[in-house]
Design a protein around this ligand. Structure first.
Ligand SMILES: [Mg+2]
Length: 225
């Protein structure tokens, strides 16, 4: 993951969150569903209270994930990637839109879930790893990247600004959660797509946006303009 992740893109770029935006369910929620949560600290509670960073909280949850790789890999489809994703990415590309996936989750599971379209999208996420001994882990990207964030690992608003600085003609953004708020606030209403928690926050702030239910809704909206 380097600055070059954003080089050579088309003039229109859809910057999109992954968990809960391209998928129906967040990967960490899939993990929380299969492990007894009374055996672990309240990572999210500690995160919301400011005692853990988002990166530390997700890493903490990941450490409780099954240590058997075969079991772990069987959990990936439970995130329910929008089945129209490959078709929509290709249609968007044909109409001058590139897709940049930006996530405060980890590259480990996003790379695997998006493997069929790996060459057709750019992915910026936190570094993640799995070994039988250390289990599933997540850490921060290099401090050298312009979108480094101590809290989320990945600063999505900084990625939008980086694309703006590079002269990208049009930038759309889609998201659903806390790591998406800052980026959503700097995108114009016609280019902003939100659901769930993010949609509620933007509504409270009086900011305009397109509401979506599944990721292909976004592609359909951009392609029908
Ligand atoms: Mg999300």
């Amino acid at each position: 993951m380097s600055h070059d992740t954003l080089s050579g893109l088309q003039s229109n770029v859809l910057v999109t969150d992954f968990d809960g935006t391209m998928t129906a369910v967040d990967f960490f929620d899939v993990i929380l569903d299969v492990i007894p949560t009374d055996t672990m600290p309240d990572y999210w509670g500690e995160c919301v209270a400011g005692r853990l960073t988002h990166v530390e909280a997700l890493h903490g949850i990941f450490q409780h994930a099954p240590r058997d790789l075969a079991v772990l890999e069987k959990l990936l489809p439970k995130t329910q990637l929008d089945p129209r994703t490959p078709e929509c990415v290709r249609q968007l590309k044909q109409h001058g839109w590139d897709v940049v996936v930006v996530s405060a989750g980890s590259q480990w599971y996003i790379d695997r879930i998006l493997a069929p379209i790996a060459s057709e999208v750019r992915i910026i996420a936190n570094p993640g790893d799995y070994t039988p001994e250390a289990g599933l882990s997540m850490t921060w990207p290099s401090r050298d990247v312009p979108w480094y964030s101590q809290h989320f690992g990945i600063d999505k608003a900084a990625i939008i600004r980086e694309l703006q600085n590079r002269g990208t003609k049009r930038i759309a953004f889609a998201g659903d959660g806390r790591p998406d708020v800052a980026a959503a606030r700097i995108v114009t209403a016609n280019n902003l797509f939100a659901r769930s928690w993010l949609a509620d926050v933007l509504t409270d702030e009086g900011l305009g946006f397109h509401r979506f239910e599944k990721w292909s809704d976004i592609a359909d909206a951009l392609l029908s303009e």
